[in-house]
Design a protein around this ligand. Structure first.
Ligand SMILES: Cc1cc2nc3c(=O)[nH]c(=O)nc-3n(C[C@H](O)[C@H](O)[C@H](O)COP(=O)(O)O)c2cc1C
Length: 174
């Protein structure tokens, strides 16, 4: 399996080429997101796919201080948490994080780039998402991923740090 390779080479892309992202690619990314594990198999998520150029530009202004990544991206996927569907109370941020990582990895596998833009716990961004995408108060905007063909050449980073690993008891190291 190529999973480890995908994990070890994934990066966050903020610049995108003027090249298309197909509906089929978006579907594959959504399938990966919805195949994520979730506590009690609650699947407490919704997704908003944004392809409208005007809305992508508005997202740039409302949630990312005019940053060009949404202006360059061909699409964006918003994950919303749905507390009513949680398998266990309070777990949706963990569940949505699993879906989010799958979005990162699926985009990477398809040769696309993305970056996790935090919405959860950032009030001005939550407000911006509600204004642009009309999300109801019954769901919590969690994170949004601009998606496009990368225009940056980011090298894989190797971040393993043996000092962060403890064996059998805290403080015990090899
Ligand atoms: C929970 C979370 C929130 C993040 N929020 C943002 C964000 O708001 N804006 C941004 O540009 N990157 C954001 N990132 C991306 C990180 O900055 C990035 O993952 C980190 O710098 C490591 O780089 P890499 O993803 O290329 O390995 C976020 C990542 C995570 C996991």
């Amino acid at each position: 399996m190529e999973t480890i390779k995908a994990i070890m080479t994934r990066r966050s892309y903020h610049q995108f080429k003027d090249e298309p992202v197909s509906d089929e690619q978006i579907k594959t990314i959504l399938e990966a997101a919805m195949n994520a594990p979730s506590a009690g198999d609650g699947r407490p998520w919704h997704f908003v796919v944004v392809k409208d150029r005007q809305k992508l530009n508005m997202l740039a202004d409302k949630i990312d201080e005019g940053n060009t990544m949404f202006k360059q991206a061909k699409a964006a996927i918003l994950i919303c948490g749905d507390p009513k569907k949680e398998g266990f109370p309070g777990f949706y941020p963990q569940d949505c994080s699993c879906a989010a990582q799958n979005i990162y990895l699926a985009a990477h596998d398809l040769g696309l780039g993305s970056v996790w833009i935090a919405i959860w716990s950032v009030p001005p961004r939550i407000q911006g998402i509600k204004e642009v995408l009309n999300t109801p108060d019954s769901v919590e905007p969690f994170a949004i991923f601009p998606i496009g063909v990368p225009a940056e050449d980011l090298k894989p980073e190797y971040r393993y740090d043996e000092t962060l690993v403890h064996y059998d008891s805290w403080g015990e190291q090899k």
